[in-house]
Design a protein around this ligand. Sequence first.
Ligand SMILES: C[S@@+](CC[C@H](N)C(=O)[O-])C[C@H]1O[C@@H](n2cnc3c(N)ncnc32)[C@H](O)[C@@H]1O
Length: 506
Amino acid sequence: MRILWRPFGFSRLLKVKSCNSTESKLLIPLAWTTLTQKLRKVPGIFFLFQRKVFSTMAEMEASKSKSELFSPPSNVRGMKNLDRTAFKKTVTIPVLKVRKEIANRLLRSLKRSALQRPGIKRVIEDPEDEECRLIMLDPYKIITHDSFEKAELSILSQLNVSPQISKYNLELTYENFKSEEILGAVLPEGQDVISGFSRVGHIVHLNLRDHQLPFKHLIGQVMIDKNPGITSAVNKINNIDNTYRNFEMELLSGEENMMTKVRENNYTYEFDFSKVYWNPRLSTEHGRITDLLKSEDVLFDVFAGVGPFTIPAAKKNCTVFANDLNPESHKWLLHNCKLNKVDQKVKVFNLDGKDFLQGPVRKELQQQLELAEERKPSIHIIMNLPAKAIEFLSTFRSLLDGQPCSSELLPRVHCYSFSKDANPVQDVQQRAGAALGISLETCSSVHSVRNVAPNKVMLCITFQIPASVLYKNQTINLENDEEPSVKRQRKDNDFLEEKTETAPDT
Ligand SMILES: C[S@@+](CC[C@H](N)C(=O)[O-])C[C@H]1O[C@@H](n2cnc3c(N)ncnc32)[C@H](O)[C@@H]1O
């Protein structure tokens, strides 16, 4: 997260998408000259300046100094070992004095203007009058009684409350600051505070940049303190380029235990996060593929991990053949099938993907495709190993013997890949097509899964394996037997075979 409000003081402005009146009033006090210039370029901010162009200089100055109000004290800058006591600070807050019996009722009507800080009560006792209470107000919104909205003033008048603002000295401690405020105050000024993190059960998983590394233990501890349920913070050490795609990680703070439990799309998974692959950013993709499956379908999950495609599919009453080369993934896959009560629907394997395709998949496909037409299920093959899955596609070439079944019953492959190409869709179609020896450009769909890094995307290409690829010794009558799309494929296929003759073996 970039602390834009430090140098510019308008992070909230940058988050504004539409300009409703509440937001625009909130933003008005921050309208300094430099700020104004920057904001002119932000779409949708136009109304801000129309609403209160008449802010007084005094108001502007007051709000300028208040932009630092909720920053921790400046002496914490550069702190490496977390000293929570160093975060104490006293700030002056606008308060409204009201009779105690109406305090809570009034607070509901002043929601917009009330102070919202972690751990700070918004209604406190009045130290000078036990019959009264003080409602803490947001100093960014309420500067004088003029800052109240019309509706608020009308409620105050109805309840016979004077809109006169008083001041209260509030002591802020470490508990009252948000993690981004703490890290923004500690880390070097103007630099990224945290460049992204994900949560896996009780573990927060960070990916720290070089300038953040001297502060890594403090960052880990702050993330634990500020995120309920998090008790471990780890940092990714290297890119995942090992075979099993699990992260090399370093414990920054908290408990060493990496045995965790997560919920994804209503299913539960348990695993040792230090030994297997798990990415919470794939939950939408797992859901998308699951939605394509129907009861009674057959699924081959070639790189299954701990089961995020397998288990939802089995729950949908699909028959699943799930495989992973990592013995730890295999162990947790078996465990999660039992945990989610689908072990009767899943056959689990611990093979290299190629051996899985040439062994159990081939055998099962042969049987399934020989069934009578009306009993044939839809068959899906998921290949989620984006760095390498395309290389495994060549295994489908001449995998089966016998006569091809009708084209709509041929297996549907969902194969994942990364791409750094300027045209990632074409890139994936071409590489997948080359591995199969056909052109996929007119008979595949490509779904963009997520941006992995600047200029690197993860995609999923979906296609049916043509009979001409899947079956041995195919002599297809081009003129009579094939559908137009297949004819076109074979034409491209011939062309590609010529072109890829000298290409490296995929
Ligand atoms: C990117 S993860 C995907 C896991 C899971 N499908 C998911 O969506 O979270 C790829 C998985 O493939 C496994 N794997 C890597 N190389 C393999 C191979 N040659 N054969 C079979 N599995 C492999 C890894 O252990 C890892 O669990």
